[in-house]
Ligand binder design. Structure first.
Ligand code: ATP
Length: 258
């Protein structure tokens, strides 16, 4: 690690509001979250819980309304510019008219490197697609390409927003094998997912949010225990009972308080 911070992510009192004609939506509502280097953390929550917004704040793609977020001890934008953080998002980030191999080489060039694409495509399980135009790749193949591109800077922290959406069964298995391999080598991985089974199988720790707030945090076993002998799904349904997808639940009049 090239930082003196003991945290990969340190969010304190994080708030993000979106102001619109109908009032203010508080997407992230006072989140305190610390992720230590080497952890593999599943970030769970129902639709509209604030997962993507939190990931955007950690990536410096949005500025917090209140609170702070540090990544590897730095401002998010600094950590990204230094190549220490990479992300696999659900959409975007690809150029449709170049090949899969060129996409990886272009990413390397952005970091001032001339790395061959092969090893990264290999790790993402798409070495055979190197010469295919991105626009002709399936959704799952494009997702694997995003993963390959995220590996180029050999980041200390990898943020994954529903990384296996659209991947087939083998794709998922290969993807998680690659992620676990990297995690064992010390990489920190935070992934948002709706697949609770992926959290149970691959995460060291589960963070559950609902309506922008943290409602459970611990190992899979600890979080499961919150529902007695229940499953992670039982805990999820218990603790996220309110309809988070209803924005009125978190909407106040402009400038108002909850
Ligand atoms: N740019 C925006 N402007 C206004 N509201 C927004 C904006 N981005 C997100 N929101 C709202 O913030 C809340 C949290 O959204 P977010 O996308 O972070 O949830 P999520 O947990 O990632 O959901 P999903 O699982 O459906 O992807 C939602 O109510 C959403 O409608």
């Amino acid at each position: 690690m090239t930082t003196t911070s003991s945290y990969a992510i340190e969010a304190r009192g994080l708030v993000k509001e979106f102001r619109g004609a109908r009032g203010t939506v508080r997407a992230v509502d006072g989140l305190d979250l610390v992720v230590r280097p080497g952890e593999v953390v599943a970030f769970l929550g129902p639709n509209g819980a604030g997962k993507t917004t939190t990931v955007d704040l950690v990536l410096g793609l949005a500025a917090p309304t209140a609170g702070t977020v540090r990544v590897l001890g730095k401002e998010p934008a600094r950590a990204i510019a230094d190549g220490q953080v990479a992300a696999v998002m659900q959409t975007g980030g690809l150029l449709r008219d170049i090949t899969v191999g060129e996409s990886v080489e272009l990413t390397a060039a952005l970091f001032g490197r001339t790395s061959p694409a092969g090893p990264f495509l290999e790790r993402a399980g798409i070495a055979d697609l190197a010469d295919r135009t991105v626009g002709r790749c399936s959704g799952g193949q494009q997702q694997r390409l995003r993963f390959a591109m995220a590996l180029v800077s050999e980041p200390d922290l990898l943020l994954l927003d529903e990384p296996t959406a659209g991947m087939d069964v083998r794709g998922r298995r290969d993807f998680w094998t690659a992620i676990r391999h990297d995690a064992e080598a010390g990489r920190t991985v935070v992934f948002a997912t709706h697949y609770l089974q992926e959290a149970e199988s691959y995460a060291d720790r589960v963070v559950l949010i609902s309506q922008g707030r943290l409602v459970a945090d611990g190992t899979v076993a600890e979080v499961r225990a919150l529902a007695g002998s229940g499953s992670l799904e039982d805990v999820f349904l218990d603790l996220t009972a309110e309809p988070a997808a209803d924005p009125s639940a978190r909407t106040t009049a402009e400038g108002g308080t909850r």
